[in-house]
Design a protein around this ligand. Structure first.
Ligand SMILES: [Zn+2]
Length: 279
């Protein structure tokens, strides 16, 4: 009994989800044809085109009705979602995918190194291989590789492999038009070393540290005007959203914020690596 209690408490501490994950957030246009349709804590983006829409991040199973409501509030149809993408194979970004595929018939496109996990419902994840982190197993319709393009109705997204946080963690980039200018948009997959991640002697993910190194190289090399990510907290959604006003500068255009965020996250990775290396 006592050991069960300990397990329950341990699991609770690890898997307690933030209340912000399911708190509705005003859906809004970010720039051009990119819209925010996520909750306060879990980002989902709708990219509209004349041939239907692309959705990034299905989030939790219970997020699906919230995402649908957000899409409809903006005047679009949920059934217009033709392509479903994710930031990475963790339940808070992909658990709703099976439901969304079923409701919209969207084609699910996932980075190769995350595909096995997605199709096994989270089984085999190097850090969270436990019942609390599982999600409905979901068939992937197109396996993506680093640099692959996802195209729909004149819009092109590029999949950048930014591994470490998961083996197939994906950062999405695209171009957006804004007042005659072309802007570079970056949706960061995740640069985060989660609590408990073993960067040294990780038998389930031996190349994890090298993968994070690669991720920071890639992120530092990406041109970025519009800074977005898998969670609003990456780019300061809560602070930026109220600054969205007619006539005011678009707060999501934040190249300095992107650079600062990547530098800070790289520093956090390096100090954790140093700590774990015992140097
Ligand atoms: Zn994650």
């Amino acid at each position: 009994m006592k050991s069960l209690m300990v397990i329950a408490t341990f699991a609770g501490a690890l898997f307690a989800q933030s209340p912000e994950w399911t708190e509705p957030f005003p859906p809004h246009k970010v720039v051009d044809n990119i819209y925010y349709v996520g909750s306060r804590g879990l980002a989902s983006y709708l990219i509209t085109t004349p041939q239907g829409a692309i959705l990034i991040n299905s989030s939790l199973e219970q997020s699906v009705p919230l995402i649908q409501t957000s899409i409809e509030k903006l005047g679009f149809k949920f059934s217009d979602v033709k392509i479903l993408l994710i930031s990475h194979a963790h339940w808070d970004h992909c658990a709703g995918s099976a439901k969304i595929k079923q409701l919209t018939n969207a084609k699910y496109m996932v980075m190769n190194a995350d595909v096995t996990e997605i199709e096994a419902g989270g089984k085999g994840n190097f850090q969270y291989d436990n019942p609390q982190s599982r999600y409905p197993a979901t068939k992937v319709d197109r396996v993506l590789h680093d640099g692959d393009k996802v195209e729909l109705g004149g819009t092109t997204l590029v999949a950048h492999l930014t591994p470490g946080h998961t083996k197939g963690c994906t950062t999405w980039t695209m171009k957006a038009k804004d007042g005659g200018k072309t802007l570079d948009v970056v949706v960061v997959g995740s640069p985060n070393v989660n609590p408990g991640y073993k960067l040294v002697n990780n038998t389930l993910y031996p190349q994890i540290a090298a993968d994070f190194e690669r991720t920071f190289r890639v992120l530092k090399g990406l041109p970025c005007d519009v800074f977005l990510g898998a969670h609003g907290e990456y780019y300061g959604l809560n602070q930026k959203f109220p600054k969205m006003k007619p006539g005011a500068a678009n707060p999501f255009i934040d190249p300095a914020g992107y650079k600062g965020y990547v530098a800070e996250r790289e520093q956090a990775f390096r100090s954790e690596l140093q700590k774990q290396s015992g140097k």
